[in-house]
Design a binder for this molecule. Sequence first.
Ligand code: ZN
Length: 571
Amino acid sequence: MKWIALIDIGLWLGLIFAACLLAGCSQPETPSPSPPQPESRPAPAEFDVAKALARYQPVQLECDFKSLKPDELKTIGWLIQACREVDEIFWRQVHPRNVELRDALARQEDARSKKLYEYLLINYGPFDRLNHDEPFFGTARKPLGAGFYPEDMTRAEFQEWVRAHPDQAAAFKSNFTVIRREGGQLAAVPYGREYRDFLVPAAEALRQAAKTTRNVSLRKYLELRARDLLGGDYFESDLAWMDLDGTPIEIVVGPYEVYEDKLVGYKAAFEALVAVRDPEASRRLSLYARHLPELERQLPVPERYRTHPRGTSSPISVVDQIYSAGDLRAGVQTSAFNLPNDERVRQAKGSKKVMLKNIMAAKFKAALLPIAGRVLEPDQLPRVGFGPFFDHVLSHELSHGMGPGKLVIEGRETTVGAELRDLYPAIEEAKADTLGLWVQLRLMDGKVIPENRPALFATYLAGIFRSVRFGVAEAHGLGTMMQYNYLKQMGAIRYDLKTGRYAVVPERMAPGVEALARELLLIEATADYDSARAFIRANGAMPPEVRLTLETLADIPTDIRPIFPALPTAD
Ligand code: ZN
């Protein structure tokens, strides 16, 4: 197949660049754009595509459309149309020849190619997102700059160009331009021009959606967004997004996250999402929020650490996803996000956390339930449920806003995050999990929510194994590992060596949770790096029994592949 030869050039350049990274070249190197010679190289070992596909369990997303009015369904129809256009942009952002690759594979008739094509659609390209972007089709490596930069451009060349052309620096570093070679020169091309073929119809679909909605804030947002998609400055429409009010419809459309750009980390990937608010969950949230000030006063830390000035608040919106596209749909599914990223908008209006309830439910069904079935003692299993899982997630999110945030240390204004640096994410995630449990227990004590300890504990215990499955190198995994070790030491979790199964010791849980919350809150309140490190050293290692258990979970799906709900016809 001819495209394999084509992408071998990419591989060759990728290797040069990887070697450069390993050698730690940070000095500018002279750009050497002499064309590389493709070399023949053996095809990768046979990729087990069936096994790879099995890691993504297809799940039909649930969504209740009953409360939506006919005009709202029409609006949603147009919004999905806009999402589809944005999806095509993301395909082009992942790799310069991604669409050619996709279309070439789509034409193949054999069974293996069909499976590879399916996997390519999940990954938005021939690079395995669950395995460090290893190519699973062809041998070329993914360029670090994805499709945002010329494929042969190095980081050094980018930096050198910006240094030599200070007047172009802002455009080159912009989140919303791609870098192209034009007549021997590098040029920063605005997204509005580069992706015009898709942005014009996307903007048109948004304008049509604006015409169908009766909600003033949504109409204003859609009209501004349509303009900004082509104009390239998203500030005003991002502000309008924060002001969305009184509509069940949640929409995200535009370039946001920069993780796809591993060359310099400037370029934002397009993503889109249409969702509807979950009124029941919103009621639950406001119930929790009403009790937060009182809970904050009861936090298990010495009095002087209890009141803390915090920055702008982050409203939480709980929704069911109807459709997603681009960056949001690639690989592992996002179950919550916080937008917009623009600091100017965050200063003016804060940011909004959107939690995707039906995605969480799908992940719960595909991974957490089967894990619970293998790790918990049989009597604990019937207690595991999505309700307690979601309640804990909600209180986890609210708990991020509790406890120490801004601090004054020796007259110096600072934050917990700035002081704990690299250790902060794991400590903060452990704190949010633990306080999440603590909040639930307090609300049960106060009869604000129904008593449901056995379900909360069993679901939490099973969730530990879901979180540490992918290792303790990442903040959530490490944060969870610390909770397990600490609570086990407190006698709140028990492991049966004979059966290899786990259970909670109910009467030990509440004191264990309280003690752990106290430790973590104290680390944050004193913002002491050394005590954070000591705590992580003492509690962060994966014990042998957990390692053994995780080996038995290898065949349980890693994530889901969403099947979107069918939209009822508006008429
Ligand atoms: Zn968190």
